[in-house]
Design a protein around this ligand. Structure first.
Ligand SMILES: [Zn+2]
Length: 97
């Protein structure tokens, strides 16, 4: 899966590394996105009412919103990889030099 980036100007989610003429911020790398996708598929398939998430018109949810929703329903320790991965992604997106 391709990585997800967020535009720092308009706030929209994209798979592109640039939006609105500036470099986007890495939100989820492909590996984490794939993992998250499986988790979401599980939720929607087995327990669609478990989390109350609001998606935008493209079907994206904010990582913070998702983590908070998941943490409200499941053991936070079981989801530590989620926030850790997101933090690592943010670090990786910082400009070099
Ligand atoms: Zn933009």
């Amino acid at each position: 899966m391709r990585s997800i980036y967020k535009c720092v100007i308009c706030g929209s989610y994209t798979e592109e590394t640039a939006h609105c003429g500036v470099q986007t911020r890495l939100l989820l790398n492909g590996k984490l996105r794939s993992r998250l996708s499986h988790l979401m598929t599980y939720l929607l398939r087995h327990n669609p009412g478990a989390v109350n998430l609001s998606m935008d018109r493209e079907g994206w949810v904010g990582i913070d919103e998702l983590v908070n929703a998941l943490r409200s329903r499941w053991d936070p320790k079981a989801l530590s990889w989620l926030t850790k991965g997101a933090c690592n992604s943010g670090g990786a997106a910082r400009p070099k030099g």
